[in-house]
Design a protein around this ligand. Sequence first.
Ligand code: DX5
Ligand code: ZN
Length: 218
Amino acid sequence: MKTLAPSILAADMLNLGKEIEKIEASDSKYVHIDVMDGMFVPNISFGVPIISSVRKKTNLVLDVHAMIVEPDRYIDEFIKCGADIITFHFEALDHNRILNAIEKIHKANKKVGISIKPNTPASEIYKYIELLDMVLVMTVEPGFGGQSFMYDMMEKVTSIREYANKLGKNVDIQVDGGINDQTIKIANDAGANIFVLGTAFFKSEKLLKIEDLLNNEK
Ligand code: DX5
Ligand code: ZN
């Protein structure tokens, strides 16, 4: 499965309902929700009340990207307010807490992802791949929308895809940061299948759809 995951970080918050309708109209299956705490990343975005509001508005998959310290403390709340996928950062927890967080999210029948920042090697998460639904390879330093795509992250995407294939594991690989009509093709070729678009999606005059962006590929 391939889909766009439009990030509401770049949406017009005064018209969030309309922005969600735009995501639905694009045939995207995910809404990407960037939770930032001003500690794990320098920026503060939004949290549980926004996730609850989006949940009331749509049946799309709510893909919560937690850029927060101690993300395991918030798993229950994210689930309660309607998250379908919870992705936390590898850099935010030690090994045992990572394992416990994965187990807790799965016990609630939700999907779990682990994200790696640009300076974290792909090999750090190999040991978790079998347990994960998704790996998020950051293609910018997390914290802000509108940054430039880091092309050198594509080697990590390809290594993770090759490693997962060797295990026979069909894991989703998400890329996030600087994805637009050009870079999405590069990420797709590298082996990614879930594409987060913030600025490119919400600032475009045209409604962006994955089949147009990938030249009719599904
Ligand atoms: C950045 C966030 C992204 C952000 C992407 O830390 O994780 O999801 O919204 O924005 P663009 O697509 O503008 O780079
Ligand atoms: Zn994100």
